[in-house]
Design a protein around this ligand. Structure first.
Ligand code: SAM
Length: 335
């Protein structure tokens, strides 16, 4: 196994081997839980990392021990040079993965195959085209659904991410699980998280406990199988006996997985975030452009990582708008 350089190890001995890079702040959907209704102020184009800069920063992390890079956004595939970035990063000794809304995925399948990308996470919050339109403010359900089917047919490992919102799509939990009867995908139910401008309210969140309650009401103990979780897994994994796929729950709010966190996030404007929930950022891009070392900035940022949820270590703190609204909206972090 590759040795992790101490600069990627924090004061709680967590080794950060997984980097998520946001390629852009732009998106072709307008998901209500992800971005404010009025939209976001985009960074000027000159402040966004070029493909060379993305490669240089990514390589620095890989040289120090990062073994997995996931590209995200905004919507990563709206970037015109997305294919160039994928091809350049594919030359690094790292597992490359992608999180996408799959709206334009059909144009990129060949590149993904050539870059040996196997693991693709697709966001899909409803199996109902009208509801999809309501939550994304765009009419692309058929495109997304068909692209998911194409990915499966092409042999990719597909995880479908569904953020559950009470009274909106929590009545689709069983429909999503039934999808795994014939489709070999993993459906991941995600607890709704608070970010700037997303009108988060804990009452709108569907918790791990509630999701499990709904599944145990529908499937017997013999049919509902708890799967083993992989190391650093953020999800609790399950399967219905005899079904081709599986499902999982990501409980960042009610049951966070900070102890085993190995993740770092690089925003499209080149800022390092040591935690999804932390408002603190470290500007790597300005240093890189000034010819300065980015290693010292990375090391400092990792040393400062809080033990839990960017310092919001209780649900009470997480519920305090003053604390969580200082953080960027999810569209500019990348999930
Ligand atoms: N455009 C890509 C996509 O749709 O997957 C990548 C970016 S998107 C911000 C990444 C993930 O963050 C998606 O799965 C989305 O559902 C999730 N997400 C966004 N806002 C969220 C929130 N408030 N709570 C939980 N998950 C959220």
């Amino acid at each position: 196994m590759k040795k992790v350089n101490p600069i990627l190890i924090d004061t709680y001995k967590r080794e950060h081997t997984y980097l998520r890079i946001s390629l852009t702040e732009r998106c072709n959907l307008r998901c209500t839980y992800c971005m404010p209704a009025e939209g976001i102020q985009l960074s000027p184009k000159s402040h966004i990392m070029s493909f060379d800069e993305i490669y240089t920063i990514a390589k620095t992390f890989v040289d120090h021990g990062v073994t997995k890079i996931r590209l995200t956004g905004g919507e990563p595939l709206v970037r015109k040079d997305a294919h160039i970035i994928l091809e350049k990063l594919a030359t690094l000794p790292v597992e490359l993965a992608l999180t996408t809304n799959a709206v334009n995925l059909e144009r990129h399948i060949e590149t993904l195959k050539n870059c040996h990308i196997k693991n693709i996470n697709v966001s899909l919050d409803s199996l109902n085209a009208e509801k999809f339109k309501e939550i994304t403010r765009r009419d692309y359900f058929d495109k997304v659904y068909n692209n998911i089917l194409s990915l499966v047919a092409e042999g990719f490992n597909v995880k479908i991410n569904a953020v559950l919102i009470k009274g909106f799509n929590d009545n689709e939990i069983i429909d999503f699980i039934e999808l795994t009867k014939t489709l070999p995908v993993t459906v991941r139910f995600i607890e709704f998280m608070p970010f700037d401008g997303n009108k988060w309210d804990i009452k709108k969140m569907v918790s791990l406990k509630e999701i499990l309650g709904i599944t145990t009401n529908s499937f017997s103990k013999e049919k509902l199988i708890r799967l083993e979780d992989a190391k650093n897994d953020t999800s609790k994994n399950y399967k219905i006996k005899g079904y081709k796929g599986s499902f999982a729950i990501i409980s960042s709010v009610t049951n966070p997985f900070c102890d085993s966190c190995n993740r770092l996030r690089l925003t499209a404007n080149g800022h390092l975030k040591n935690c999804l929930f932390s408002a603190e950022e470290s500007d790597l891009l300005t240093a890189l452009r000034a010819g300065k070392s980015i290693e010292t900035i990375i090391e400092k940022a990792i040393r400062l990582k809080a033990k839990m949820r960017g310092g919001m270590d209780t649900l009470e703190k997480l519920k305090t708008p003053d604390l969580h609204s200082k953080n960027r909206s999810m569209i500019t972090i990348g999930g």
